[in-house]
Design a protein around this ligand. Structure first.
Ligand SMILES: C[S@@+](CC[C@H](N)C(=O)[O-])C[C@H]1O[C@@H](n2cnc3c(N)ncnc32)[C@H](O)[C@@H]1O
Length: 242
């Protein structure tokens, strides 16, 4: 049975930031990330009912809003890690009363959270067997996709090509950790998720970055909340290599 959900969702475009304010946000973002990456701080290492999640809590709030608003049949997550993010999604789906999570990781880790809505798949997310399994699981249902595995641009682009067709108009494809090369919080990393998104958006015009998902100012995924446009437009036949 579907739980009773409210109907309050924030849909408005947000006012622009002044250059000074944008600089404050960028500098805070750098500090937030550096605390985790270089200073042993646990800003990005958080706990969801005892399971580790590598995210900013503000992004999880956006996830909850998108899940409640779009009510997908299946949420596909590449990059399970400790399973905390899969559990967060599954628990949100419990409240919605429908949907399941398919979480893929190249590594099978012990002690992942068990939940009746979660199915774990072990393998490379772009491997043909894994992609076929995921496609089969989605079937004719509506999918929300979260890409959070290997963050190198060619890999993220390959994931985008495989998984974007599963996302229907009005639904979301989230590319995690675009801040790596967008802010950039890890300049030494080279081309990462942001470069892949830029290439993808120039190839597949029927997705757009939904900047309303960045309204808390701090997100690890700037430009990475992609919404499939309501009216289908152009899809290139042969994706370019990156
Ligand atoms: C950033 S962590 C995922 C974090 C998790 N989604 C969370 O929010 O807590 C990245 C994960 O991707 C996995 N990974 C790396 N390369 C992969 C690949 N080619 N296919 C699937 N998973 C991969 C790693 O084993 C790691 O567990």
């Amino acid at each position: 049975m579907t739980a009773e959900l409210g109907s309050f969702f924030v849909d408005s475009d947000q006012p622009p930031l002044s250059p000074d304010d944008a600089d404050v946000v960028r500098r805070f973002h750098e500090l937030y990330y550096r605390r985790w990456l270089r200073q042993g701080g646990d800003t990005i290492r958080i706990s969801w009912f005892g399971y580790e999640v590598l995210k900013c809590p503000l992004d999880l709030w956006v996830y909850q809003e998108l899940l409640a608003r779009t009510q997908p049949d299946v949420v596909i997550e590449t990059g399970t890690f400790a399973g905390g993010s899969a559990l967060f999604i599954a628990m949100a789906l419990d409240r919605i009363g429908r949907g399941r999570v398919i979480s893929v990781d190249i590594e099978a880790r012990p002690n992942l959270p068990r939940h009746p809505r979660i199915e774990y798949i072990t393998g490379s997310s772009t491997g043909s067997a894994v992609v076929a399994d995921v496609r089969r699981a989605v079937g004719s249902g509506r999918a929300m996709v979260i890409l959070d595995s290997d963050h190198h641009a060619p890999y993220v682009y390959a994931e985008l090509v495989e998984y974007a067709p599963l996302v229907r108009p009005g639904d979301y494809l989230i590319v995690e950790d675009t801040d790596v090369d967008a802010i950039p919080v890890r300049p030494e990393f080279g081309a990462g998720p942001m470069a892949a998104v830029d290439r993808f958006l120039s190839d597949y015009a029927d997705f757009s970055a939904d900047r309303r998902c960045e309204r808390f100012l701090m997100t690890l995924n700037p430009g990475g909340f992609l919404r499939r446009n309501d009216a289908p437009t152009r899809v290139v036949a042969t994706p370019r290599s990156i």
